[in-house]
Design a binder for this molecule. Sequence first.
Ligand SMILES: [Zn+2]
Ligand SMILES: [Zn+2]
Length: 253
Amino acid sequence: MKVTFLGTGTSQGIPVIGSDHPVCRSENPKDKRLRVSVLVEVDGSNILIDCGPDFRQQMLSNKVQRIDAILYTHEHSDHTIGLDDIRPYFFRQGDIPVYAHSRVMASLQKRFEYIFSSENKYPGAPSVQEHVIENKPFTVKGINVVPVDVMHNRVQVFGFRIRDFAYVTDAKTIEEEEAEKLKGVDVLVINALRKEPHHSHFNLEEALQFIQKIGPDRAYLTHISHHMGFHDKVQAQLPKNVFLAYDNLQIEI
Ligand SMILES: [Zn+2]
Ligand SMILES: [Zn+2]
């Protein structure tokens, strides 16, 4: 299994438009972060988690030839607003399978009415195959996916475990029985926004505590704000099995 971090930044990305913050002005490519998404390549299938505003650029830089499924964590724009750009995949492959909670699907239907409508479809508009998911395991192209229910302040979010890889973003609180589902993973990806506390995201300390509790071989932090600091400086302070993810990082599991 191969995982590519397509984006590792918080909702505004880094650099933030117009910002003079030193991290936003950094020339280190690891300090430039598109909005969060990962591509999981497993048994020859390409599973995308989230499809945000930087989707097109992410697909071009990583030369992604096919998308077999899109799994959505939740409805926030930084995770969903790139859906129109599935068009080149739709033209080649037909309807693109999307997997989302019913609430998230309803939000997508509202935002992308022209993609979901079946009548009077505009020629050139893409189409999707809708798969509503609940908090129980499902399969995508024969691959078992275990959703992990977490809370992002008051918004429910799905993390996903695929074999020994787990991806959890936009979490602030995680119930004990959901955390149990993550035990035994080799790689855990978890959100860590910044050092200061935040109402809807783990900060660095909360993420590190959670990693310690789960005990993966390796953990990667994502959904990072410029307030976290320079990549290299923060990385130097982390435990030896914890890494700040960065855009275009690829890992094998
Ligand atoms: Zn987000
Ligand atoms: Zn969010």
